[in-house]
Structures are given as structure tokens and as C-alpha cells.
Design a protein around this ligand. Structure first.
Ligand code: ZN
Length: 315
């Protein structure tokens, strides 16, 4: 997951039709007595909303950065669930935010819908995962998918009506438009056995989001609920990781060869060395492109790039 700037205002028809729908929802939920039936929200699914989310998120899932456009329809997901809140009996959901632009995110089916996912063993115990890097070959089936989940920090206060402040809720789920996921998530790289797990980052001292083990509670909860270590996702990130490693090795070899050739007394060989150097630079430029915001799993690629640059500077 990477930080995304919501750089477009709400689509005009969402503003207009969403306001009408909200009026109807107010009648439904705030009547005395309130209507016990569910309310069929539909404005959040307007084509203009899907198109705008696709542009802003480059057709990637807001949570896992998978390109959804080629394989599945877009789920417009409510960050604060519109119809119910898991584990909160009697909460009718954040229905007043059903057509609120800031509450809408694009999501792949796996991150959004509750389903069982094969997950490499160790996902729920980060310490064990770090100690036992071979253990990832074993797998367990874990339920994940956001659906109606919206856990908040023990220090937060749950909003239950339109009048309640959202600012005091302190959600335990990362929102890529409101949080900087980099502060809460880190990637585990093992160069000998490249495999890409995402883990909660150390966040010692934060009164709201730091767990007993000093790791980000927000990061850990997000990994678990969005299922960011489900097997197919780990495999997809690992394929990218292996490509990054391969291209990095290639670039380093090309640069070394170029240096040797450029020392030669023969000007022809020096020119060949300069060409090889240019190939090395092109490979490095391609690596940088793989970290761009419109690329899949770019947060992982960025984290890898930082590690690679440190590696280059370490003799
Ligand atoms: Zn996803």
C-alpha cells in the first residue's frame, strides 16, 4: 500500500445525486421510529465515480496495489462501512457517508470481500516469521477481506450518528489517502530466498497506534484485515522482487564491465565501454520506473530500492 493524493474533487453527479440520496437516507434512518429495513444505496457506484477512482489510483487496488482492471470489475469500497460495523451490535453502519467522496476507495475483490485465503504461515506472528524464514513454505487458511470491518484504537470513540466526530475515532485500518502507509508497514526481504512479506513497522511510543510489542497496531491490523500476506499476493510481489533483483545484478555487472573497458588503451574498446555504461544506466532507469506510483506493488519496489541504494553505497 502506498500513499495516494486524492487529487480530484468529487464528481459533479456524485455531489448532486449523492445529496438527494442522503436526504432519503436521513428520512429512513432518523425517522421516529427509524425504519429497521436496510437502505439500497447506489450513488457510490456511478460511472463517474469509478472513472475518477481509476484515474487517481491508476487502476490499482487502494490497499494491495494489484492492477484490477485487467482481471476483474472494480469494487467501489467504503472505507467506513455503510451498512453495518463488524463486532458492533446495533450499529447501522456509517450510512451518512455512503456517497461521501472521501469515504470511497477502489478495491480488488480479495481485499474487500470476506473469504478464506491461503496465507503463508507466520502471518499472525511476525517474530516467528523473522526467526524462521523457511517456515513460509507452510501455509494456513485464514479469513480475510475488509467487508464491514472497521476496528478503532482502544483510545478512540466510535461515531454512531451524523453528529459524531470522525476525528476522534482513531481507525486501526490504513487509508492510503489519509495515512502514510510507509510509517506503519515494512517489507521483509531475504536475498537468498526472495519472498515478499509485508509486516507492521516499529512505532514505539505512539499512544494510539503502538502495540505492546512496539509494532504499529494500525499496520498489523491492516495486514490482517486486508489480507496483505495472502498467498497469491505474496507470490505476485515475489515475482516482482525477483525481477528487481535480477535487473539490479545486471546493472551492477554492466557498470563493472564498463569500468574495466574504459581503462583500456584502445579507443575502440573505450567507446564500447561507454556503450556498456549506457546500457547499465538504462537498466537502472528501468528499475526506477518500477517504483513509480502507477506501477503495481510500487510501495514494495520503493522499499526495495532504498535497500538497494544502501547496498550500493556499502563497500
Ligand atoms: Zn486489493
Amino acid at each position: 500500500m502506498r500513499r495516494v493524493e486524492r487529487r480530484e474533487a468529487a464528481p459533479e453527479d456524485l455531489e448532486e445525486k449523492g445529496a438527494e440520496e442522503l436526504e432519503q437516507a436521513i428520512q429512513h434512518f432518523e425517522n421516529d421510529p427509524p425504519n429497521p429495513d436496510s437502505f439500497a444505496f447506489k450513488r457510490y457506484k456511478l460511472k463517474s465515480v469509478k472513472d475518477a477512482l481509476e484515474r487517481i489510483f491508476h487502476a490499482k487496488c487502494a490497499y494491495c496495489e494489484t492492477f484490477y482492471a485487467s482481471s476483474q470489475p472494480l469494487d467501489v469500497e467504503h472505507f467506513r462501512p455503510k451498512g453495518a460495523v463488524a463486532g458492533e451490535n446495533g450499529h447501522r453502519g456509517y450510512w451518512w457517508l455512503a456517497a461521501d467522496w472521501d469515504n470511497l476507495l477502489p478495491s480488488c475483490i480479495d481485499c474487500n470481500r470476506k473469504r478464506n485465503q491461503i496465507t503463508p504461515k507466520g502471518e499472525t506472528s511476525q517474530v516467528r516469521l523473522l526467526d524462521d524464514t523457511a517456515g513460509y513454505s507452510a501455509a494456513v487458511t485464514v479469513g480475510s477481506g475488509k467487508k464491514d470491518s472497521f476496528p478503532i484504537a482502544p483510545t478512540g470513540t466510535r461515531a454512531r450518528s451524523r453528529a459524531d466526530l470522525l476525528a476522534v475515532e482513531k481507525p486501526l485500518l490504513l487509508n492510503p489517502c489519509e495515512d502514510d502507509p510507509e510509517q506503519h508497514l515494512t517489507y521483509f526481504f531475504n536475498r537468498e530466498h526472495p519472498v515478499s512479506f509485508v509486516l507492521a513497522k516499529k512505532l514505539a511510543g505512539d499512544p494510539d497506534y503502538s502495540g505492546e510489542d512496539g509494532l504499529s497496531l494500525k499496520g498489523a491490523t491492516s495486514v490482517h484485515i486486508y489480507g496483505l500476506n495472502r498467498l497469491r499476493l505474496v507470490q505476485a510481489r515475489t515475482r516482482l522482487l525477483r525481477r528487481l533483483e535480477f535487473m539490479a545484478d545486471l546493472a551492477i555487472d554492466l557498470k563493472k564491465l564498463a569500468e574495466t573497458l574504459k581503462q583500456n588503451a584502445d579507443p575502440e574498446i573505450v567507446r564500447a565501454g561507454q556503450q556498456v555504461d549506457a546500457f547499465g544506466n538504462r537498466t537502472l532507469a528501468e528499475l526506477a520506473l518500477m517504483c513509480a506510483e502507477d506501477q503495481p506493488y510500487s510501495a514494495m519496489a520503493q522499499a526495495w530500492m532504498r535497500e538497494f541504494q544502501t547496498r550500493l553505497q556499502t563497500p
